[in-house]
Ligand binder design. Structure first.
Ligand code: PMP
Length: 353
């Protein structure tokens, strides 16, 4: 049969999202979602939403949402770009800041596995810089890598390791090229580089409503950068979809980000649970990388990563296992509620018996 697909559609290896199985109810600790519900203020905005307004396209300028983000981040609204999840924004960063077939984008060998997919889709050469033996990022090596720009997830995924703000500032200052910081998990670390965008015109900080704001199902993310960089993202967005953030989403996310009190409490609880789960897993023979995120990256002395994943799954607990070369011994385990974490620990006890 004749193949009607393009070369890209035939040959690209797409990103594989974490599984969302429906065969039974799992304790779902595989996609770094938040165990707590979104803010009551977000629910109020959702309930108060004027349904009949859906006959219109969403507000093009996203004033309400951008103003709320700008107020929360302490920047002006012209420094904000919003998208359909931070994945979409990270994707748009490639055509916005990297030339097809150019000097390329530099990033770590063990990091968010969407970066190489975007690079490949947009035909931007990937310049891979290996993490050190202990899985920390060698910023000097990244600075030395020949590339048009760099992408760093801070804290990194799936390792969870965070880089202190002072080191990030030195790195941004030393790189006279675009630096994209993916801060999807930053709320659990508390060292955001957002304020640096006022000083450095080469910095784009990308954040999401999916993790610390408990709104993964809404699909909203944002970038903070100098307006000259935001304009580039907007030009690229308008080549795909002028309305990536729907009206309901704009209203709900604007209300959510204003409720720092509620989310501060949820985040503190997750961080304290992360420390407890870490101690409890260590007592069961697991070793973990030091995590600054809402997950731990753990391996067991007596079992392979694939075995831990499969045996937890058999016991109704879903975690994420990556088959990559340096990381196949590990499982990435999202920090859930107190009860979910206890279910994980009970399943671990059972599988080790
Ligand atoms: N960056 C990193 C490092 C992530 O782990 C994720 C979640 N898979 C994202 C970005 C994307 O999140 P979202 O598209 O839900 O905003």
């Amino acid at each position: 049969m004749k193949n009607f697909l393009s070369k890209t559609a035939r040959e690209i290896s797409p990103y594989t999202a974490g599984e969302q199985p429906s065969d039974k109810k799992y304790v779902k600790l595989n996609t770094n979602e938040n165990p707590y519900p979104p803010s009551p203020k977000a629910l109020e905005a959702y309930r108060g939403f004027d349904f009949s307004s859906l006959k219109l396209y969403p507000p093009l300028q996203m004033r309400g949402l951008k103003d709320a983000i700008a107020a929360a981040e302490g920047v002006t609204s012209d420094c904000i770009f919003c998208g359909n999840g931070s994945d979409e924004i990270l994707a748009l960063c490639f055509p916005a800041f990297f030339d097809e077939g150019g000097k390329g984008a530099a990033f770590a060998d063990v990091t968010y596995s969407f970066y190489p997919v975007f690079a490949s889709f947009f035909k931007v050469p990937a310049r891979i810089v290996p993490l050190r033996e202990d899985f920390t990022l060698d910023l000097a090596a990244l600075t030395a890598a020949p590339a048009q720009g760099v992408i760093v997830a801070n804290p990194n995924a799936p390792t969870g390791i965070g880089i202190p703000l002072a080191e990030i500032e030195k790195f941004v200052a030393e790189n006279d090229r675009i630096v994209i910081l993916d801060e999807a998990y930053m709320a659990f670390y508390g060292q955001s580089a957002v304020q640096l965008i006022k000083k450095y015109k080469n910095l784009v900080v990308v954040k999401t409503f999916s993790k610390s704001y408990s709104l993964a199902g809404m699909r909203c993310g944002y970038a903070v950068a100098d307006p000259s960089l935001i304009a580039g993202l907007e030009r690229c967005r308008d080549c795909f979809n002028s309305y990536p953030v729907d009206s309901v989403c704009q209203a709900v996310c604007a209300a959510a980000i204003a409720d720092s009190k509620y989310y501060g409490k949820c985040t503190a609880r997750i961080v304290s649970e992360r420390e407890r789960v870490g101690r409890e897993l260590a007592a069961r023979g697991f070793t973990m990388l030091p995590s600054s995120a809402n997950f731990v990256f753990a391996k067991h002395e007596a079992l392979s990563g694939g075995e831990v994943y499969a045996r937890l799954r058999d016991r109704g607990v879903l975690v994420r296992h990556f088959k990559g070369e340096r990381i196949s011994d590990f499982c990435r385990i999202t920090i859930g509620s107190f009860e979910e974490n206890n279910a994980l620990l009970a399943a671990a006890d059972d599988l080790l018996r």
